[in-house]
Design a protein. Structure first.
Length: 383
């Protein structure tokens, strides 16, 4: 059985790339993947994109990426799973390595969102949710997050939405990350007094549209060793799901798919939660971030906000979270977001994170989810 390793990574800055398309962004990221590497035989190209068919009217993207880089003997596969599109691609690419079918897979994601007006943007990101909720009730995905926030404050008797300390932490981390979309520092008061998007959430509580591409070179360990390539090991991974409709769940405030996916990944890796040195999680809102932390057992129910307020999850805290700013501040180019997360985790473990470096990091946990935890993916990386 093969052992997947991350042998290369590359990404663009996340932002508003008005003059660049999906292929332009992908080519920049892919060229960075192979910088300094010897010639590598690519067996497959797996590409995740959430919205290229909806926004750019471009399907079969993996075939076009293979054409772009002239890898005509590679098997190509496309993945669409919202912000977990490239996580799904990574998961399946790793299965190809584990099975012995592949020695090297170029895998990642790309998204263009800035060209769209607000209405199609809201519509696009909501497509992963239950169609009845978003098509017939009038709710958007942000509206669903706002409902969760109201339920959360009521359920735990909280007067203050301390979960809004999460974007404060994320912007702080992004302020020193060159590829981040939003490098401005913010305060809790700024978050709470900002323009509302869906009460009680404000513009600083949610992610913004962004363009970007990120790709990973996933290789079999023996092949990487034969080429003398430096790498990070993919020690374990997991996936799980739950009812898509929030109101069909035992508790909308518990992200069971994320919880079980992480449990599987940790078990496969032979690693305990306490061994994890940093977490790159996906949270398209501050409230969803709090719920991920609590569902993974990293905070008591209703208690994530207090830990965030005191810096528990800061770069210098007990468990650094979203070390380059996460989806909120690094940016959230949906189909590429999980590939950014994995690349950033690899940078941390290789000691290449610069001003964002977590000292002595040996194990990293990467978490991704479709919509509001409809399904989830988790990866444990180690040196």
């Amino acid at each position: 059985m093969g052992m997947p390793v991350v042998a290369g990574y590359g990404f663009t800055r996340v932002g508003e790339h008005w003059d660049r398309g999906l292929k332009d962004l992908s080519l920049e990221a892919i060229e960075k993947v192979f910088e300094g590497l010897p010639s590598v035989e690519i067996d497959a190209i797996y590409v995740g994109t959430a919205l290229s068919g909806f926004y750019e009217l471009q399907l079969s993207l993996a075939s076009h990426i293979a054409d772009l880089v002239a890898r005509f003997d590679a098997s190509v596969s496309n993945f669409e799973a919202g912000a977990a599109s490239s996580a799904q691609a990574l998961y399946n690419a790793a299965l190809g390595i584990y099975s012995g079918m592949y020695k090297a897979v170029l895998v990642g994601g790309v998204e263009k969102m800035s060209d769209e007006l607000p209405a199609p943007n809201y519509r696009g990101v909501s497509l992963v949710e239950d169609s009845f909720l978003v098509n017939y009730s009038g709710l958007t995905e942000i509206g669903l997050h706002a409902l969760l926030a109201k339920m959360y404050l009521s359920e735990y008797g909280l007067d203050e939405p301390l979960y809004s300390y999460l974007p404060v932490n994320e912007h702080e981390n992004a302020s020193r990350a060159g590829h981040a979309q939003f490098r401005n520092r913010i305060t809790y008061d700024m978050v709470r007094s900002a323009s509302p998007v869906s009460d009680p959430l404000t513009i600083f509580d949610v992610t913004a549209p962004g363009d970007g591409a990120a790709y990973i070179l996933l290789m079999d360990k023996e092949y990487a060793d034969s080429l003398g390539v430096e790498y990070v090991k993919l020690l374990g991974m997991g996936a799980a799901g739950q009812p898509a409709n929030l109101f069909d769940r035992a508790s909308p405030l518990f992200f069971s798919a994320s919880s079980r996916a992480v449990e599987k990944a940790l078990e496969k890796a032979g690693v305990e939660t306490e061994d994890i040195d940093l977490l790159e999680m996906y949270n398209p809102s501050s409230i969803s971030g709090a719920l991920v932390l609590e569902s993974l057992g990293l905070a008591d129910k209703g208690g994530a906000g207090k830990l965030l307020e005191r810096g528990h999850f800061s770069l210098s805290g007990e468990l650094p979270v979203n070390t380059f700013g996460g989806a909120k501040a690094r940016g959230d180019p949906k189909g590429a977001t999980a590939a950014y997360q994995l690349a950033e985790a690899a940078m941390q473990l290789l000691g290449r994170a610069g001003d964002n470096q977590v000292d002595g990091a040996e194990y990293a946990l990467v978490h991704s989810m479709v919509g509001l935890d409809i399904s989830a993916y988790a990866f444990v990386l180690g040196v």
